[in-house]
Design a protein around this ligand. Structure first.
Ligand code: ZN
Ligand code: ZN
Length: 361
């Protein structure tokens, strides 16, 4: 008799999520020979694997993070057959190149979604619901309290915060994860301003953003002009009108001193929680997330038509219980994925970024 475990197209192993018939892993956290990578965030894409496969639009950002890897890419929607498993990658709407992995074998269809977001943000193709029997979902913001304002609303709020600061002669320091969130804010502010509204001042980007901004531009994502801090004279008045894009790990660093008495803000889904902004020690919080909120998770799960759901990193027990009570076969996978919207995860996963930081003046 075939056991449930061997019949499954994805199982949890110490190395990561494993496809037994295909003999490959999805976002493994220990070195393996074949790794399918859903996206280039550091907890999902690690050094040490023999061969990598990712969606074609993710090539630039993955190589910016993991230079020198052996990488194959696949256009969204294209199918390959590997050891009898039909594999294709579909937009996850999370960051540039992010993909859901669709697996078909022996009449069964599984989708491993990686991280995803259902609202279109203009920097990557929007999340595409893929029909399947079993859906593997993240649950980073898997509590009913998480409901994001529309992106256009958040971009208008960020723009106004910057404009008011610039008029008062104060720089605006925005802490945002260096890959994905930062480019989304840059693109969103440009879109918000449109062609007839001037930006309140120059945009200065921390060195940790340079190679990622470049990868986004090369992938065809429009970003506004961005300066390096060294491009501005130490006492330039433009410093006091600037929007400064910095990774959370730059908080309190000497690099920020040149901007003087700035207003600062943090962009993360966690900013919806009362008290998080105070703990971060910043003036403003914007609840801008690259993950689905609660209604987004529920609509994505329903749209797959899956009768079985496997929940990974986040609020796992809550989601499993909620789905079970509503008729899904729900269970959990233990994974080593973290949360890139959290400062600590950024520091822990950001050692490569630290080397890219500009030296303090
Ligand atoms: Zn991610
Ligand atoms: Zn994740």
């Amino acid at each position: 008799m075939e056991t449930q475990q061997t019949a499954d197209l994805v199982v949890a192993r110490p190395e990561g999520l494993y496809c037994p018939p295909g003999d490959f892993y999805i976002d493994p956290w220990r070195p393996v020979s074949h790794a399918v990578i859903t996206h280039a965030h550091s907890d999902h894409a690690r050094f040490g694997h023999g061969h990598y496969l990712c969606a074609e639009p993710g090539r630039g950002v993955l190589l910016a993070r993991l230079p020198g890897i052996t990488l194959d890419t696949l256009p969204y929607g294209a199918r390959i057959v590997h050891r009898g498993v039909t594999l294709s990658l579909h937009p996850a709407g999370h960051v540039l190149g992010s993909a859901q992995v669709r697996l078909e074998h022996g009449g069964r269809v599984w989708v491993a979604s990686g991280d995803y977001k259902v609202e279109d943000d203009g920097t990557c193709p929007p999340f595409e619901p893929v029909r399947c029997d079993t859906f593997i979902t993240e649950s980073t913001f898997g509590l009913p309290i998480y409901r994001w304002p529309a992106q256009a609303t958040l971009m208008a709020e960020i723009f106004d915060w910057w404009r008011v600061n610039a008029e008062a002669g104060r720089a605006s320091v925005m802490y945002a994860y260096a890959f994905g969130k930062a480019q989304r804010i840059l693109h969103g502010l440009m879109t918000h301003a449109g062609s007839d509204v001037a930006l309140p001042g120059p945009i200065v980007a921390h060195g940790a953003l340079t190679s990622l901004n470049q990868a986004y531009r090369e992938a065809g994502v429009a970003l506004p002009p961005v300066m390096q801090a060294a491009d501005l004279a130490p006492r330039s008045p433009a410093l006091r009108r600037a929007l400064v894009m910095a990774p959370p790990s730059a908080h309190g660093s000497p690099w920020l001193r040149r901007f003087g008495d700035a207003s600062d803000a943090f962009a993360s889904g966690w900013m919806q929680l009362r008290g998080t902004r105070r703990r971060r020690g910043v003036d403003r919080g914007f609840a801008l997330s690259d993950h689905a909120d609660w209604p987004g998770l529920m609509s994505a799960i329903a749209a797959t038509g899956a009768e079985r759901v496997i929940v990974t990193h986040g609020n796992v027990p809550v989601m499993v219980r909620y789905l079970s009570e509503r008729g899904w076969r729900a269970q959990a996978f233990d994974t080593a994925y973290g949360d890139e919207e959290d400062t600590d995860a950024d520091v822990a996963g950001g050692t490569a970024e630290a080397g890219a930081e500009a030296p303090p003046a």
